[in-house]
Unconditional design. Structure first.
Ligand SMILES: [Zn+2]
Length: 133
């Protein structure tokens, strides 16, 4: 069965490989490293090299490992935004928190919003400007 594909919104390059979604990242303290996330929406397992450390609550910058685009969401800087295509070829925008340890994911399609994670906000709080809904 086809799995979810994750794409960079800028270069449309595939972000998944080897069963993970891969990002180039940088911490507050300007340490850089690769972060591997689960392709399963709502799963918050995070893999990285033992030498690459960050604290819960730290704001992490996420970049496309292919084109180096900054992946922070335009509407809410605390989130990362990438694209997802599911097994039915439905396209979504996926937003998730770039605060280490925070569990919130928003799956936006043309006519639906799904919210995942214990730390997720109400949709009203996700955008400062409600015209994006
Ligand atoms: Zn890219």
């Amino acid at each position: 069965m086809k799995k979810n594909d994750y794409l960079c919104p800028k270069c449309k390059g595939h972000l998944n490989a080897g069963g993970f979604v891969i990002f180039a990242t940088k911490t507050n303290k300007q340490n850089s490293g690769l972060i591997l996330l689960s392709p399963k929406v709502g799963s918050y397992s995070v893999k990285h090299h033992d030498a690459y450390r960050f604290e819960d609550g730290e704001l992490i910058d996420f970049f496309c490992p292919i084109c180096s685009a900054d992946l922070r969401a335009k509407e809410n800087e605390k989130n990362v935004e990438i694209n997802m295509v599911d097994e039915n070829d439905t396209e979504y925008r996926v937003l998730f928190s770039r605060i280490a340890g925070e569990r919130s994911t928003y799956l936006l399609s043309k006519d639906d919003v799904e919210v995942f994670g214990d730390d997720a906000l109400e949709m009203d709080d996700l955008y400062e400007d409600s015209e994006y809904l």
